[in-house]
Design a protein around this ligand. Sequence first.
Ligand SMILES: Nc1ncnc2c1ncn2[C@@H]1O[C@H](COP(=O)(O)OP(=O)(O)OP(=O)(O)O)[C@@H](O)[C@H]1O
Length: 777
Amino acid sequence: MAQSERKQEQERVNEVIDVIGEKVEKITGKKNTVKKGIVDLRKNFWDDVTVNLDETDDVYETQASIKQQAELLSERERRHGQMNKELKTLSRLQDTPYFGRIDFREEDERRAEHLYIGIGSLMDAKNEDFLIYDWRAPVASMYYDYAPGPSKYASLDGEVRGNMTLKRQFIIRRGKIKGMFDTGLTIGDALLQAVLGGRASSQMKSIVATIQKEQNQIIRNETDRYLIVQGAAGSGKTSAALQRVAFLMYRYRKTLRSDNMLLFSPNPLFSSFISNVLPELGEENVVQTTFKDFIEERIGSDLQLENPFDQTESCLTMADGEQLATRLAGIRFKASLAYRDMVDHWLERLNSDGMIFRDITFRDRMIVSSEEVGSYFYTLPHEQTLLNRLEQVRDWLLRRMAAFSKRERKEDWVLEEAELLDKSDYASIFEKLQQQKQFSEETFDDYDREEQLLRKIVINRRMKKLRRRVKQLDFVNCQKVYSEIFYQEFNKAAVPDRWADICRSTRMRFEEGDCPWEDAAPYLYMKEKIQGRKGNHEIRHLIIDEAQDYSPVQLAYLQAAFPRCRMTILGDLNQAIYAQSLNADTMLSEHLYNPNDVKKLTLLRSYRSTKEIMNFAREIVPGGDEIEPFDRSGKLPEWIDAADESDKAAIILDKIASFKQNGFETFALIGKTMKECREAYRLLKNKIDVRLMTQATYQFDKGFIIIPTYLAKGIEFDAAIIYDASAENYSRESERTIFYTACTRAMHELVLLSGGESSPFLDSISTEHYLRTRISE
Ligand SMILES: Nc1ncnc2c1ncn2[C@@H]1O[C@H](COP(=O)(O)OP(=O)(O)OP(=O)(O)O)[C@@H](O)[C@H]1O
């Protein structure tokens, strides 16, 4: 490219930066004025309010005046926030004003327009022309979708066609052009090479400058209620999901706020890993949660919920045998729609029989027994829904409790407790009586009235919790109602093998107050159908990452909990690590959705790892030959046979030293289970600076960590070492995907250690894809 052209582009960059500088100055000035206004308003809030409470009209006027003043304040605060946001974006643009340019000649126009694309829009000083287009603007989509030639985009007024005469990429840092390429078919492999060849960090970065065409389809999809993305490891699913959030917030900026979106992430570590991407794009982070936290909050404190990681750990560490086979059969069945149907069937049955209630007791005294509640419930007309009938039972119980509390007030203990009440309680009673003008002078009658009020306070307080539970329909013993499913006779064809054992163990766990993870979603599904919990209408878009780990029953529960929500569902069947997903439907299965509402897209190109690592890893999984590694070269994965522990430790120390020498900054020793990670940690902790990641770790920094695969999901490292790739560790079919997930965490280097017989998954890989070293020989 001609030097003069680069000079011209740099001059434009300088001009744009000058305009940004002027805008920053202008907005900062305005912002300071608004800020001063806010401070003054807060200080003098009451001066400008007319307070007059004499007549009803005056009260209304006072209210209106306060409201007006409050609105004025909040409008100014909103403007202040908006200006802050603008300034943050401008400051980013000052460093990197844009990353792309397209020259586009619209049909019927003579001249091509030069459009520059960056992370935010910028108008010229006169506010007439765009100096920079936001990457999310309709016209900018051509930058991602087309090579130079005929191209089009969907504007708000319809389709615009034309010819793209140039597509150019820039690397601009601190206002200086560091690189500039005119690109062809895909968005500059040169730029991608540069980006992907860089070091991994403990924080994911945005990919706006290099979004690929197939990723752009995900980001800009607006038509489908359920968008499913099946993508290979490292194909940019999480990246696309986050850029999509930014896109939707821009596209629907008038109606969609960040708190209308909810992102389900696989673990807390991942949440911290991705937490910088949206702020980097000038957007607020969306609310994030894990499915486990979401369920736990709803399940309440009566049941102790099993953690999904504990479920996995227990399945992976249990020896083959009856107990494991029963657990796995239970997990798989309870994930299926057949089981959801069984629960639905049970809900039907409850209409006429089977509801179990709690005793309503107060201080060990029976107010209404569970049997009495049950008889009352089943006398109500069966045509009414369960919920309608429960609401009537609730009102009936509240009446019974009110009558009980009236009687109970007379008891001696109540007066004893009343004597322990706070001074403030006495004061408020005094005030109340005075207001009622009943406390004129000291008479017996007044004391009597005071005592009545004190007794009332004591009883009301003591019964508050019980009343709240009754109001929430918590008098239904959902735990027992659910366990009852496992006492029923079922047609053999409708249940899996080992059903009797599954029933026995489920009953036992529930009796002990435990809720196994596989029962959590179906239990809540049933509970909320009975108690009629209202769906969440605040959240309008769910983003579910690692969706291969969600079962059809969990999907059914989410659909009930978020009835009007759109969903972006991203995952990779080859990375299904939970027992429920092996050869079974998952949330990625298209047929679980209404065909008119769903679209499935596939990402086959993988960007994270070098070609060598991906060529190696894709041979582990069926269909792996379809995955296209990005053409970035590195070392072959190294498979080292090391039989004893001291050899292993020496190799690991040696590898870490060499990673550091290569300038790598994040490296992980990946184990299949936490148990294995603890062993590795014991072996290494006194020899090197290393951190063990657990379920309770919320963040990781640069350096060396030890981590089980299920916590490393979605995360990446410059280099990864698989701690034990022996047959003993990885040979069950269910462990294949765990092995693949572990290997695909590495960006630049992958090392596998194996002692004794090596994993059969390694045997299937062509020898040209790895380097084998035998230490033990
Ligand atoms: N278009 C792109 N431009 C630059 N980098 C990209 C692009 N797409 C993906 N990447 C990079 O590839 C890596 C993997 O991306 P990401 O984590 O989004 O993939 P994923 O499909 O969610 O992976 P996994 O399923 O293995 O967790 C990240 O470092 C990301 O920045």
